[in-house]
Ligand binder design. Structure first.
Ligand code: ZN
Length: 439
């Protein structure tokens, strides 16, 4: 029997708190899960620093990837009558679902920003490069790994396959919303996925929703909206992220300073610092390694890296206020100046962070990121774009919301000895009079 058709003699199941069970029958899927590249995802948290806000959020990219695979498996089961889908096309969808986040690194968000990395690029490299994952995919059929990579990159010719993994209502989002809600313990993020799966219909190159399922989809869109603002963009999580990014900046800076020597050479970071990351280096990076260095750097000679690492490891985070640098330039310049005078390096200790989200969008050709809208299939068979039929979705569609915050170490400000300077800083941050009641 061809490798691609091989079935396990007995179905394997993974116990999963969100989907109850994840079922594996295909030998190929079972073999992919066992690769070192996939197992590495166990050591990368799905939500990065969110566990410092919601302590339950310790789940990994491994959990999420299995979840996305399971959702796609269930969708395919419902679509099984679609005429031209053979076993290879089915396997292609499953592999792409399982491997879609394979290139995520430790604390992806901050690492990507500081070192200008792109996890999607590494996902592609792991799939088509010299890896165990690639060996398995090529055993299915020569060139199969390229197809899997194309589905994930959204360039695969059958857009129906692509839309299962990435669209405004895809298996990826359906899994992470529910999973992140479960592990953070918040009451947002829940929606009736069973119902959505039942009303999904494959039509030519897209998945549409039977109009009777509209309310389940509304619920899903609202869940996403609320999760972004309540969990993903939580200001405390962002405070930890700000500190993390500054640690990375400082470490890079010290590496580039000819007079500075680390007590222990940060071997795993060198290629990142030098902007020349090869796949092998990248695969060795996980959150355990990163935290190992953060632990050690608390004893470095350099005071800034020492302090920032101690903050990150012990959750001594920065405080924040609403602050829009575009409208508050004068305050920004004054604060920078005062911080410098006070000997608190504003480069590391006075940081603006902005987050924005577009909850749902209809199709706008030519825009930066073209988003395919969700279509409802009406009783007469015609298609209608979701926001034209749902008042709830219409009210949030196409609306981008941005949130700006200014982060700073309150404890450092409070311990300033120069009382006049301290008051001057606190007054800009909290307004006149308010500074006296700050803690
Ligand atoms: Zn994902």
């Amino acid at each position: 029997m061809a490798y691609k058709d091989e079935q396990l003699s007995e179905e394997k199941v993974f116990k999963d708190p969100v989907h109850r069970y994840v079922h594996v029958r295909d030998r190929v899927i079972w073999d992919l899960i066992a690769t070192p590249e996939f197992q590495r995802l166990r050591r990368i948290k799905q939500l990065g620093t969110t566990n410092l806000t919601f302590h339950g959020a310790e789940h990994s990219r491994f959990n999420h990837s299995l979840g996305v695979y399971e959702i796609v498996r269930r969708i395919l089961y419902n679509f099984k009558d679609r005429p031209h889908w053979d076993n290879e096309e089915r396997l292609l969808c499953l592999c792409a679902a399982l491997l879609h986040d394979l290139g995520h690194g430790p604390f992806s968000h901050s690492f990507e920003k500081v070192f200008k990395l792109d996890h999607e690029h590494f996902t592609q490299e792991i799939i088509v490069g010299k890896t165990k994952v690639n060996e398995i995919l090529e055993r299915v059929e020569k060139g199969f790994s390229r197809k899997v990579a194309d589905v994930i990159a959204k360039t695969y010719e059958d857009q129906l396959v692509v839309s299962l993994i990435s669209s405004q209502i895809d298996a990826d989002r359906m899994d992470y919303l529910q999973r992140d809600a479960y592990y953070t313990g918040v009451s947002y993020g829940h929606f009736d996925m069973e119902r959505i799966l039942r009303v999904m219909r494959p039509i030519e190159d897209q998945v549409v929703i039977k109009s009777t399922g509209m309310h389940a989809v509304e619920d899903y869109i609202m869940s996403r909206y609320q999760m972004y603002w309540q969990v993903y963009f939580h200001p405390v999580t962002r405070s930890a992220e700000v500190i993390l990014s500054k640690i990375l900046h400082r470490a890079k800076y010290l590496h580039e300073s000819p007079d500075y020597t680390f007590k222990l050479e940060p071997t795993h970071f060198i290629s990142l610092f030098e902007g020349d990351v090869m796949l092998d280096d990248y695969l060795k990076l996980d959150e355990n390694i990163v935290q190992y260095y953060f632990q050690l750097w608390q004893e470095e000679e350099d005071e800034i890296i020492r302090d920032l690492c101690e903050r990150f490891m012990n959750r001594r985070l920065f405080k924040y206020i609403e602050f829009n640098p575009n409208h508050q330039m004068k305050e920004w310049l004054k604060l920078t100046q005062l911080f410098e005078q006070a000997g608190i390096d504003p480069e590391y200790y006075l940081v603006v962070d902005s987050s924005s989200d577009l909850p749902y969008d209809f199709y706008r050709p030519g825009e930066e990121e073209e988003r395919l809208p969700i279509h409802l299939q009406m009783p007469d068979g015609s298609l209608k774009e979701l926001s034209r039929h749902s008042d709830i979705v219409e009210s949030i569609s196409g609306k981008k919301r941005t949130d700006h915050k200014l982060y700073f170490p309150m404890d450092k400000l409070k311990s300033l000895e120069d009382e006049t300077m301290k008051q001057a800083i606190l007054e800009i941050l909290f307004g006149q009079g308010a500074s006296k009641n700050v803690d």
